[in-house]
Unconditional design. Structure first.
Lengths: 241, 241
DNA sequence: CTGTAATCTTTATGA
DNA sequence: TCATAAAGATTACAG
């Protein structure tokens, strides 16, 4: 598609500044703008770039947007790239986030999520990086990309756990325990249905009985709250069901 | 107790400054120094880190040492990491290398070579990154557990919807529709269980029948994918259940 | 993401 | 054996 030796770059139409910069290079770059869902810049079918300023990066950590965005990027493109622009003292000092948290997130994205992180100083540098990548992929030897560690879309088990994390008092740990013990989300709900609180003679909750009682870490409170959530009833006696 | 929570970090004995920094944390970190051949810092058998100041980085590009080093790192450890420290104006202005060349090399290392690049401002930040990686690999859960936190202050209906948003192709809209029609999450799963795909004589999916067919927007794809997710079975024929 | 507070389950203890 | 208190583990929340 690339006529002559024109570089083809697709930009999200909200990236005004980048559009301006590349517009001035019409002799080199064939610019295309559209509303993009999962990335900010697309170089090829395989390579897409998310651009974040240092400030954006930190803010998106706090509201949990970062992880979600990057996972989608990773799901959609085999070579996802994050350009992080101007991660400087100003960002570290003024966002109120702990330094260790920022670097923890950065390290996580880079080596655990397997997303290629490229730091730049400012938007002009960002434009340079984008152009270099486009040149390499579209003009130079399109040498193979050395594969990273196993591409990690959500497995079905992870996805199953994901559902259960909607329950009260249920984080990743408990969710995984439940799937491990009962195999499927539906079985988990059935297990909850068939478990009951045991009371002492004086009427105090003593523990639980039923399928759920075989796993540690699930008590009467867990049962009560989640039965209401799943079945829409406040209290359940064995006799009623 | 304390002994078990010690982080173990192996440093090349030429990394004097890092050794100094970590030496002051003897209560947390078990430091080991030795002459290392292919990395500067070793976290586990799989994870090793090359540390380069911005200046070193540029110089090693020029004398062709960079790629040789990093390729060896990559050959030896399955998760190679490059910490690039203080890649700032001073480096870009005073090394005499073209900006685009520096970024070209950086991009190449990151997305083409598949080495995890993590930028830091200075050696103290570098130490933080190393410590975070060690914590994640040596203390926290091995497999990265993904979690989704429910927004706080949800009503029970909202919370019910949130559970269903763990299903495939189910966002807020479909989740609310489902709760509105079936009242509780458990009923929704039962409705999915008792809904089935209808096929044409030629074996093509035609639509669905059962409780779910009464609502618009839920087709055979939705049914197939989510039955697998909820019940752990790839395909369900009416006859089997 | 991290670090801390809050919450829940389990174990220990005394009546 | 039951009821309360302390300990241990996990989740929720704020930055």
């Amino acid at each position: 598609m690339a006529l002559n030796n024109l570089l083809q770059i697709i930009l999200d139409n909200r990236e005004r500044k980048l559009i301006d910069i590349f517009s001035k290079k019409k002799d080199k770059i064939l610019l295309q703008t559209k509303q993009l869902d999962v990335a900010d810049i697309i170089i090829t079918n395989e390579i897409a770039i998310e651009r974040k300023t240092g400030f954006d990066f930190v803010v998106s950590i706090m509201d949990n947007r970062l992880f979600e965005q990057l996972l989608r990027l990773k799901d959609t493109y085999s070579t996802p790239i994050l350009i992080i622009e101007g991660l400087n003292d100003e960002v570290f000092d003024n966002t109120g986030m702990k330094i260790s948290s920022i670097y923890g997130a950065l390290a996580y994205v880079s080596y655990k999520l397997g997303i290629s992180v490229i730091p730049t100083r400012n938007i002009n540098d960002t434009a340079i990086v984008i152009e270099r990548i486009a040149i390499r992929e579209q003009i130079k030897d399109k040498g193979p990309i050395i594969s990273r560690k196993a591409p990690k879309g959500l497995s079905i088990e992870e996805r199953m756990s994901f559902i259960l994390e909607g329950l009260y008092d249920t984080g990743p740990k408990k969710a995984i325990q439940l799937i491990y013990n009962f195999k499927t989300p539906y079985n988990v709900l059935k297990a909850i249905k068939h478990s009951f609180v045991i009371y002492t003679k004086t009427g105090n909750p003593k523990g639980i009985e039923g399928p759920l009682s075989k796993i540690k870490g699930f008590g009467h409170n867990y049962l009560d709250r989640n039965k209401e959530l799943i079945f829409g009833i406040k209290k359940v006696n064995k006799e009623i069901l």
